[in-house]
Design a protein around this ligand. Structure first.
Ligand code: TLP
Length: 364
């Protein structure tokens, strides 16, 4: 049987042979004693890449984001974020649970402007939540992997500083943002107090993220990491995978962006060919990075997920009628065209089915 092409996420990649060799050869120690040389080397490398004083290796992007919020807030505070921000939407309610904060959402669809931040900041009244942090996600996952415009980041940072707010970047896919925008990671991370980055998404490492910031912030983060159970022992085997990924898998991310565009273009062609009883049939934004969103308003997402699975491609439902396909390291170059063709056929099949009577669309 032909193996499935798995585009549910860029987290599904498996370590390459060279990465496994680097892991096997890693020098290790007990990192809770801060004695793992490979972990320390990774932390130094991340600090250097992000242009921050220090960095801390953490097990997941979720933990990186949540530690950052613990560092910046107290109970009863408010965090301004974009709609669908991972730290609010996909982290099991961790922010209100651990930090005791609530979110105020700025702008529409994930991206927002300095003006939106001005509008969201609460005046300093004792009976209002205290606005403390602005959290930006770059690239923004639920916005379809969009790159947060740097001019907006800079303007938001100015407003944040003027109001004494901390600035956190969820940079799980900062590597994609850097490649797509032609800016360095340090440039993208520059305006932020803390930055979380992931090695287990576009970079193809099996596990791990890091939180970078000032030496003080990282000292505080070390304590929170232990409180959350994220202190790891001989974690050098994992850090070695991340170091290998940083050295060898960053430039090739451009291929993932090309593959996403090829898939989107096949899907758009299928949507155009579909008979037009009641347009629009489907919306497929032009991918800026490695994420393709297909919305089939009125037709449940599961229809496209099933039709794709029957043709050998796994994609994920990301709302009532929205489906996400993510390109990555394990999508071989010769699999791009077959995957695009299978998805286009699957979409044509779905568009030939009637709309659900009361089905709304979107990325709910
Ligand atoms: N995102 C995952 C799912 O959780 C949705 C995915 O498949 O895309 N920030 C961003 C922007 C993310 O997309 C993710 C993972 C995280 C943080 C969390 O990383 P992990 O899974 O390591 O906790």
């Amino acid at each position: 049987m032909q193996a499935m092409i798995d585009l549910r996420s860029d987290t599904v990649t498996r370590p390459t042979a060279a990465m496994r060799a680097a892991m096997a050869a890693a020098e290790v120690g007990d990192d809770v004693y801060r004695e793992d040389p490979t972990v320390r080397r990774l932390e130094e490398r991340v600090a250097e890449l992000t242009g921050k004083e220090a960095a801390l290796f953490v097990p997941s992007g979720t933990m990186g984001n949540q530690i950052a919020l613990l560092c910046h807030t107290q109970r009863g505070d408010e965090v301004i974020a974009g709609e669908g921000a991972h730290c609010a939407h996909y982290e099991s309610g961790a922010a209100p649970a651990w930090s005791g904060v609530q979110f105020a959402f700025a702008g529409r669809g994930g991206l927002f402007t300095a003006e939106d931040v001005e509008d969201a900041i609460k005046p300093p009244q004792y009976y209002l939540p205290r606005t403390r942090v602005v959290a930006i996600e770059n690239t923004h996952n639920r916005a379809g992997g969009r790159v947060f415009p740097q001019r907006d980041v800079l303007a938001i940072a100015e407003v944040a500083r003027a109001h004494g707010l901390a600035l956190h970047l969820d940079g799980a896919r900062i590597w994609n943002a850097a490649v797509a925008s032609g800016r360095t990671v340090a440039e993208l991370a520059g305006p932020f107090d803390t930055v979380s980055v992931c090695f287990s998404k576009g970079l193809g490492a099996p596990v791990g993220s890091a939180l970078a910031g000032s030496a003080d912030a990282v000292r505080a983060a070390l304590r929170f990491r232990k409180m959350l159970g994220g202190g790891m022992r001989q974690a050098g085997v994992l850090a070695a995978a991340a170091l290998h990924a940083l050295a060898h898998h960053r430039d090739r991310i451009a291929e993932d962006h090309d593959s996403a565009r090829a898939i989107a273009s096949a899907l758009r062609a299928a949507a155009r060919r579909a008979p037009p009883p009641e347009p629009p049939h489907a919306t497929i934004d032009e991918p800026e990075t490695n994420i393709v969103y297909v919305d089939t308003p009125g037709r449940p997402a599961e229809r496209l997920v099933d039709a794709a699975r029957r043709r050998g491609v796994l994609v994920g439902a990301a709302g009532r009628s929205a489906v996400r396909a993510v390109t990555h390291l394990d999508l071989a170059p010769d699999q791009v065209a077959p995957a695009a063709r299978a998805l286009a056929e699957a979409l044509a099949e779905v568009l030939a089915t009637p709309r659900a009577p009361r089905g709304a669309g979107g990325r709910a």
